[in-house]
Design a protein. Structure first.
Length: 114
């Protein structure tokens, strides 16, 4: 693969990861979260239904909703990255790389492994 194609692929991967997010609302509509790669919480919204819960119950619901949204995002991002890399991605549900890890992987010299 020529250097220009590698640069373009890396740009598309970075853009896909940067833009990735999933919004999920709990079954009872008490909690809505928007998560980004690595489980980062970009938004958290509590409806008036959230106030029916005790603090511990609400905390559990928020954590469950974040985890479920993160799993959905990870699945979707794995599929998207698979399309961008011709199927050369990590196993589904493997931890997503941090931006620093992604940068190191993209900047790695392929000839250094020989």
């Amino acid at each position: 693969m020529d250097p220009q194609a590698i640069t373009e692929r890396a740009r598309r991967i970075r853009a896909a990861v940067a833009a990735a997010s999933t919004e999920l609302t709990s079954e009872d509509h008490a909690v809505t979260v928007v998560v980004g790669p690595g489980g980062s919480v970009r938004e958290l919204h509590l409806s008036s239904r959230a106030f029916r819960y005790s603090g511990a119950e609400l905390g559990d619901l928020v954590v469950r909703t974040i985890r479920e949204a993160s799993g959905l995002l990870q699945r979707d991002l794995t599929e998207t990255l698979g399309e961008l890399t011709d199927g050369h991605t990590r196993e589904p549900f493997a931890p997503l790389p941090t931006p620093a890890q992604l940068r190191a992987e993209l900047d790695r010299d392929p000839g250094a492994d020989r």
